[in-house]
Design a protein around this ligand. Structure first.
Ligand SMILES: Nc1nc2c(ncn2[C@@H]2O[C@H](COP(=O)(O)OP(=O)(O)OP(=O)(O)O)[C@@H](O)[C@H]2O)c(=O)[nH]1
Ligand SMILES: [Mg+2]
Ligand SMILES: [Zn+2]
Ligand SMILES: [Zn+2]
Length: 349
């Protein structure tokens, strides 16, 4: 049995529709499966073909073998990083909370502030560290926190494989903008011990999973998140990339600060025009015509304080001069959690 060095799945030549496939003519020397090869060389995104149960099993097995867990938390999509299974899986494990993608935070927030905020949100890790897998920030500190066997766990796309590659020089995990890249556990030994890269658990209610893989991947930011400020009066609202619309229903004006990837347009819209605005998505950005057909939009009323309304997989909107009543129009299946503000005044109203 041979394992793909990129995603951890068994290499096979029998069924092109199943994971781990490589064509017969390269089978004897292939070190990675065709999916990994195409992801890395052509950016060809293919959805994962495994069921969620197999990911869960792999993560439990990795944790059984590990003395230390690095729980990877994406600072830009913290809510999606908080999979409820980790509360149980990590309860008795020496756990380091690894706040990653710090390079994507807008310049006004420091890593220190983000760490303090994260510690309040998640009590059980023994310690926290802020890093950027992409830039290599904080990797020396993280390295010092390794155990003999360390399992790197988290939800899909949180940046686990990127960190593993930085932690072990010889490591070869496939890294990609598509979620669900790593399919099974990968063991990378070095002089300090072993690092296990694991498949991500699937978050609930994230926008990425409601879109096709191309649209989802185009929402993964590679530059700093940008903030856009709007003063809203009654009946006015904002549209975030045509995907989520927020309208002010109460009388008192408020400030709304949207934090989104640079590629997402945020526009002011009037409440009476919102329904027709749904037809006017920005060209060349998600949702593609196929996703537009597949998305069902729902309206709901929300009350908001001086807090963040999170749009998992897209960004968040922070509010000032609240409380306020909002009407939110968003794809069905998208969760819209509220939280204490990550950036700016940290007081909850
Ligand atoms: N800007 C930035 N991007 C990052 C960072 N870490 C990872 N990414 C990007 O996030 C995406 C996912 O990274 P991966 O390392 O493949 O994530 P993963 O957690 O292994 O994902 P799965 O294997 O799908 O569970 C890729 O596009 C990475 O380039 C980071 O620190 N900063
Ligand atoms: Mg991975
Ligand atoms: Zn592979
Ligand atoms: Zn699409």
């Amino acid at each position: 049995m041979r394992i793909c060095k990129g995603c951890g799945i068994e290499i096979q030549k029998e069924d092109p529709k199943k994971p781990g496939f490589v064509p017969e003519k390269v089978f004897d020397k292939a070190e990675v499966c065709q999916r990994c090869y195409r992801l890395v060389h052509y950016g060809d995104l293919k959805p994962s073909l495994l069921d969620k149960g197999s990911y869960q099993k792999a993560v439990s097995e990795a944790l059984d073998q590990a003395d230390t867990a690095f729980l990877v938390l994406d600072i830009i999509d913290f809510e999606s990083s908080l999979h409820p299974d980790f509360d149980k899986l990590l309860r008795k494990k020496h756990t380091i909370g690894v706040l990653t993608k710090i390079d994507l935070l807008p310049p006004i927030t420091s890593a220190k502030e983000a760490l303090e905020w994260a510690k309040k949100r998640l009590p059980y890790p023994d310690s926290f560290v802020a890093v950027s897998g992409k830039k290599g920030w904080g990797i020396d500190e993280l390295s010092r926190l390794r155990g003999k066997v360390t399992a790197v766990v988290g939800t899909t796309n949180s940046g686990k494989s990127t960190l593993v590659k930085k932690l072990v020089n010889e490591a070869t995990p496939t890294i990609s903008v598509a979620f669900g890249t790593t399919l099974n556990n990968l063991f990378f030994p070095d002089s300090k011990g072993v690092i296990i890269d694991t498949p991500g658990l699937w978050p609930q209610g994230r926008l990425l999973e409601l879109l096709c893989l191309d649209c989802a991947s185009s929402l993964v930011p590679d530059k700093k998140m940008v903030s856009k400020l709007f003063e809203l009066k009654e009946g006015q609202g904002i549209s975030l990339g045509g995907l989520v619309h927020l309208n002010l229903k109460s009388e008192k004006p408020i400030l709304a600060i949207a934090f989104v990837p640079e590629s997402i347009e945020v526009n002011r819209v009037n409440r009476d025009k919102t329904v027709s605005y749904l037809e006017h998505f920005a060209p060349n950005s998600p949702p593609c015509p196929l996703c537009q057909k597949g998305l069902a939009f729902e309206k709901k009323d929300m009350r908001i304080g001086n807090e963040d309304l999170v749009i998992p997989g897209l960004g968040w909107v922070s509010f000032r001069h609240t409380p306020a009543a909002l009407e939110v129009i968003a794809p069905a299946g998208l969760s819209l959690p509220k939280r204490s503000p990550l950036i700016g005044p940290k007081k909850q109203s």
